[in-house]
Design a protein around this ligand. Structure first.
Ligand SMILES: [Zn+2]
Length: 58
């Protein structure tokens, strides 16, 4: 069964993967699975979080 992998932060579709392959795909850690959508973080959002870990927006 194919499921969509979607970025949890920007809702961009990262790709499609086999549900059976979830555990072997660790480049985008799966945060949550709802129906046939697996929420992860795309590389852009991961980089944003890593480069701006403590920014406070007022
Ligand atoms: Zn993203």
């Amino acid at each position: 069964m194919m499921i969509f992998k979607v970025c949890h932060a920007c809702d961009r579709i990262i790709g499609e993967i086999e549900l059976d392959d979830l555990t072997s795909h660790d480049s985008h850690p799966i945060m949550d699975i709802v129906g046939n959508v697996a929420y992860a973080l795309c590389t852009d959002c991961v980089r944003d979080m890593e480069t701006e870990p403590s920014n406070v927006y007022h």
